[in-house]
Ligand binder design. Structure first.
Ligand code: AMP
Length: 278
C-alpha cells in the first residue's frame, strides 16, 4: 500500500493508473463501518484508493474539528489489511491553499435534516467530495447509509455535475447492541455509551410499527420521540420522518419509502442514525 500526501503526487499517480478504481473517502479514526466500504471496493474494482482527511470546511465554528479523533498509524494498517492500494492523506493547506474560493452548493437538500442544524456542512461535504472525485477519477465511490442525507446529496450532485461515477451506498455497520459505529462514539463515557443505544431502539420501534402496517408519519415520529424521552441522558436535536429522496418532512399517510432519522446529543457527542422504512 502506498501513501500519498500532495495534490501533485495524487495527480501524477492517477495519470499512471488504469482499470476500474474504487474510491473510499473517510475522515480517519477508522472502524468496521469504514472497513466494510473498503472491502466492498476491494471486491468490485481493480484498484482501491482510500482517503483520510478531516475536512475543516464541513465543520461549524462550534463543532468538534479540533477534538476530532485521529490515529493515522492504526488507520493505515487497517486499510492495508482491507486490501487498499493507495491512501491519500493530504493536509488542509494542500486542499485549501491561500486564495481558495470555489464551492459546490446545492439548493434544497441542505435545507433539510442535518443541513438545517449544521449550516454550511453540505457545502463543505459537496466541495471536498468533488475535489476527491477530480483528483482520483474513480469508477465507483463508496459511502455509508449511516450518513443518509450525505448519500442523497452526493448522488444528487454527481448527477447534476455529470460525474461518470457509480455511487455505492453500503449498509450501516452496528455494534452488537445496535449502536451505529462512529468515530465519535469515542467521546462517550460508559454511562453515555449505554444511553446511546436509545437511537437504535427508537428507530427499530418505528421500523417494527411500519412493518405491522402503521403508515401515519406523525404517529411514527411521536413513537420515536417517546422512546428517546425515556433516556434522561439523550437530548434530541431533531427526529424526522421524511421522504427518502427529497428529504421533505412527511405528515399524514406515508406512500412508499420513508427515511426515519435523528440527531441526538448524548454527553459531549452528537450522534446521528437512520433507517429506511420500506
Ligand atoms: P467519516 O469518516 O465519518 O466521514 O465516514 C466515512 C464514510 O464511512 C462515510 O461514507 C460514512 O457514511 C461511512 N460510515 C461511517 N460510519 C459507518 C457505519 N457505521 N457503517 C457504514 N458506513 C459508515
Amino acid at each position: 500500500m502506498k501513501t500519498i500526501h500532495t495534490v501533485a503526487d495524487m495527480q501524477g499517480l492517477r495519470r499512471e493508473l488504469s482499470g476500474n478504481i474504487g474510491l473510499v473517502p473517510t475522515m480517519g479514526f477508522l472502524h468496521k463501518g469504514h472497513i466494510s466500504l473498503a472491502k466492498r471496493a476491494r471486491a468490485e474494482n481493480d484498484l482501491v484508493i482510500a482517503t483520510i482527511f478531516v475536512n475543516p470546511t464541513q465543520f461549524g465554528p462550534n463543532e468538534d474539528l479540533a477534538a476530532y479523533p485521529r490515529d493515522l498509524p492504526r488507520d493505515l494498517s487497517l486499510l492495508e489489511n482491507a486490501g487498499v492500494d493507495f491512501v491519500f492523506v493530504p493536509t488542509p493547506d494542500e486542499l485549501y491553499p491561500p486564495g481558495f474560493q470555489t464551492w459546490v452548493e446545492l439548493d434544497d437538500l441542505p435545507q433539510r435534516l442535518e443541513g438545517a442544524h449544521r449550516p454550511g456542512h453540505f457545502r463543505g461535504v459537496a466541495t471536498i467530495v468533488t475535489k476527491l472525485f477530480n483528483l482520483t477519477r474513480p469508477t465507483r465511490a463508496y459511502f455509508g447509509q449511516k450518513d443518509a442525507q450525505q448519500a442523497v446529496v452526493i448522488r444528487r450532485f454527481t448527477r447534476d455535475l455529470n460525474f461518470d461515477i457509480d455511487i455505492v451506498i453500503c449498509p450501516t455497520v452496528r455494534e452488537p447492541d445496535g449502536l451505529a459505529m462512529s468515530s465519535r462514539n469515542i467521546y462517550l463515557n460508559p454511562k453515555e455509551r449505554q444511553a446511546a443505544t436509545v437511537l437504535f431502539r427508537a428507530l427499530s420501534t418505528a421500523q417494527a410499527a411500519f412493518s405491522d402496517g402503521e403508515r401515519d408519519a406523525d404517529r411514527l415520529r411521536t413513537m420515536m420521540q417517546g422512546i428517546l424521552a425515556t433516556e434522561p441522558l439523550a437530548r434530541p436535536d431533531y427526529v424526522s420522518l421524511a421522504d427518502a429522496e427529497t428529504l421533505a418532512e412527511l405528515s399524514g399517510q406515508i406512500e412508499g419509502r420513508a427515511l426515519a432519522s435523528m440527531a441526538v446529543r448524548v454527553g459531549p457527542a452528537r450522534l446521528i442514525d437512520n433507517m429506511i422504512l420500506n
